[in-house]
Design a protein around this ligand. Structure first.
Ligand code: PGA
Length: 666
């Protein structure tokens, strides 16, 4: 009793651990994916740093599409994987993929930690910055969790969305992530976690930064993501023509100042020059300062002037800082009193004809631009509704079956509890007879609380029949021919089996399916002949390991039932006993958990109900087989849809077999 309690306690702890690991990895992935999709331009800069460190500069920077596309794909994939984990969608494949991703990521962060080519990995964009050491520690923990989850705890995960609804959740995530990324690329990041978020007091941040030559702008700063690490802001501007430092003058200006940011000219969008010119005219009329700040060299500046007819004053600034100010090329920043009042992408520049709309933006510290929160809220609502709908559907199905069976139950006798032994190709005649005698004596002395059957090789049948009390022990064969009689050397017909005194036969065992190529059609013939000769059939079904890992076990088992039994009449079906034997558990010592057995037995019963009606489903005994032992039988048999066991190895010793039979006693 104490051991049972301890075991129960341990199982509960394992389930909690599995849940915790799943939430830890899932939420990390979702957060990482969201921050990347919310600011793909920032992530593209970070990926550019990786490409540079790997010597792939030319390839990566061939087109901005490469960086933006890679950042969008990465964020979307990470987000989807996180949601799959949290919803429990296709658990086996998701956990395998998670482990693969974590192995690759940990390898990458070991490199970052050792070689330090980049100061911050960019896992969470600019929302959370981790040092390389912190990232490595985080990834080691997540790797350990995913390894543990896949190898030991997979079956302990509680919530598991069905495939149909899981696809909806993933599709919603895919759409939402891609739309978020495209929106952020076209306008500005929906979540601005950067150093120049609206409302930032550059003057104050600047005052707190020691003014050393090290944080003066220099070309080619190590990390191109705008994250310089040593100080929060690197806001320095000076005149392109005279070299005069305008930083403090600009920050001290108590009226509005526009700063058109142009990190570089090669990929800059020059299609908005008319709008910019109109704005500049408006500013000139109203005596508002308007500058362009760029990192382009003099040739680039001349080219830009040529292209756009720009005649506003031009300042020089560092490229990484300009990209951090506004994620657009060109972008527009509105400053007042050294504070970021507003910012615009080149695709959404303010309209000079409506000046009232330009200067009203209230300075605040919103990390998400207005619509971002709402969209995120909608996304969460959609995912929650999908999960709730899935749970409800399962609950309704379960409830319907429950009510259905409950109504019918009083009309019928309870189905039989059975423990059947399958000796396979073990024991010679004398050993077999001795075992049968020993078992018969043991059960005579201590009556079983269930039906007991032993299925032996053909050569034992007649002799064993003479030794056992048919009221205590049923006798069965392990196979019979698919032919009635005749020239089939070595075969034993159903009629011959019956003539020995046997009343059962095992058909469809996985060993016969695998080694003797017994197809569903052959088995159908055997079943028909066995029934025609008055034998009861213990019909085995079950999936192999690969099928379970691909989560196809239900389909496999259903196909096995359909292929060999679904042509029977409801009357004939009464002589069938089913045995669910997951092939990966047979003779391997690896038992299915009681929950796995129950889940499958309930599915089998529901499948039988669909085909033969609730009455047949309620009355058919479904046995579990596969490394069943005296130590685990009680837990498995306690499940409502498990009606006993088909026992291999443990049926070869009277004491072990009796131990399993006794699992039916209180
Ligand atoms: P096992 O075999 O109990 O040795 O795993 C079960 C069976 O094959 O029926």
């Amino acid at each position: 009793m104490r051991r049972l309690y301890q075991r129960h306690h341990l199982l509960k702890c394992l389930s909690a651990l599995a849940g915790l690991s799943r939430w830890l990895i899932g939420l990390t992935f979702v957060a990482g994916g969201m921050t990347k999709a919310a600011d793909p331009a920032g992530m593209a800069l970070k990926l550019g740093s990786y490409a540079d460190a790997l010597g792939l500069h030319a390839l990566f920077h061939a087109s901005p599409l490469i960086g933006n596309g890679a950042a969008t794909a990465l964020g979307t994939a990470e987000w989807m994987l996180g949601i799959s984990l949290l919803c429990g969608f296709k658990r086996a494949s998701t956990l395998r993929l998670t482990l693969g991703v974590m192995m690759a990521m940990t390898g990458l962060t070991v490199w970052l930690y050792v070689a330090s080519p980049i100061s911050d990995c960019g896992c969470f964009g600019e929302a959370i910055r981790l040092t390389n050491g912190q990232t490595l520690a985080k990834n080691i923990v997540l790797l350990a969790c995913s390894l543990f989850l896949l190898t030991r705890l997979r079956h302990r995960l509680q919530l598991s969305i069905t495939a149909e609804y899981g696809h909806f959740a993933l599709l919603s995530t895919l759409c939402f992530a891609v739309v978020t990324a495209l929106y952020s690329l076209h306008f500005l990041p929906v979540a601005d976690f950067g150093p120049y978020v609206k409302g930032t007091d550059i003057q104050a941040a600047f005052d707190s930064t020691p003014d050393t030559d090290d944080n003066r702008p220099s070309t080619g700063d190590a990390d191109a993501s705008g994250i310089t690490g040593a100080h929060p802001l690197n806001f320095y501007v000076y005149r392109a023509d005279t070299g005069e430092d305008l930083t403090f003058e600009l920050l001290a200006d108590t009226s509005y100042t526009f700063l058109l940011t142009l990190p570089e000219t090669q990929t800059a969008d020059d299609g908005t020059c008319d709008r910019i010119a109109d704005l500049y005219d408006l500013c000139t009329d109203r005596r508002i300062h308007f500058y362009m700040a760029t990192a382009a060299d003099s040739a680039g500046i001349a080219e830009w002037k040529d292209l756009t007819g720009a005649n506003y004053p031009i300042l020089c600034a560092e490229e990484t800082e300009l990209r951090a100010m506004v994620r657009s090329n060109p972008g527009l920043l509105l400053l007042k009193d050294g504070v970021v009042v507003n910012k615009w992408s080149c695709n959404n520049l303010p309209d000079a004809d409506r000046p009232a709309t330009i200067f009203i933006a209230a300075p605040d510290h919103r990390p998400l631009l207005g619509g971002g929160w709402k969209a995120l809220g909608w996304y969460l609502v959609i995912i929650t509704l999908i999960v709730i709908a899935d749970r409800l559907r399962i609950a309704i199905l379960f409830y319907q079956h429950h009510i259905y069976f409950k109504r019918l139950k009083p009309l019928h006798t309870m189905r039989k509890k059975i423990v059947a032994g399958n000796w396979k190709m073990n024991l010679n005649l004398q050993e077999g007879v001795a075992l049968a005698k020993e078992l018969n004596a043991a059960l005579t002395a201590d009556k079983p609380a269930c039906d007991v059957v032993i299925c032996t090789p053909f050569i034992h049948l007649a002799s064993v029949a003479a030794e056992i009390d048919p009221a205590l022990i049923g006798l069965g064969a392990e196979n019979c021919a698919d032919k009635v009689k005749g020239a089939y050397t070595g075969e034993v017909s159903a009629e011959q089996v019956k003539s020995t005194g046997a009343t059962y036969v095992i058909l469809g065992h996985s060993e016969r399916r695998a080694y003797y190529h017994e197809t569903p059609e052959i088995l159908k013939e055997k079943v028909n002949l066995a029934l025609a000769n008055g034998l009861k059939v213990i019909f085995c079904i079950g999936e192999v390991l690969e099928e379970r890992e691909a989560e196809k076990q239900n389909d496999v088992v259903k196909a096995q039932l359909e292929g060999s039994l679904f042509d029977l009449s409801a009357e004939e079906f009464k002589s069938i006993i089913l045995a669910y034997e997951p092939v990966w558990a047979i003779g391997t010592g690896k038992t299915a958990t009681a929950e796995q057995a129950e889940e499958m037995h309930a599915f089998i019963r529901a499948t039988i109900a669909d085909k033969f009606g609730a009455d047949a489903a309620e009355n058919v005994s479904i046995l579990y087989g596969g490394s069943c032992k005296p130590s685990n039988a009680k837990e498995i048999f306690a499940k409502p849809n498990v009606d006993g066991g088909l026992i291999g190895g443990a049926a070869l010793k009277a004491a072990d077999f009796k131990g399993i039979i006794d699992a039916w006693k209180d």
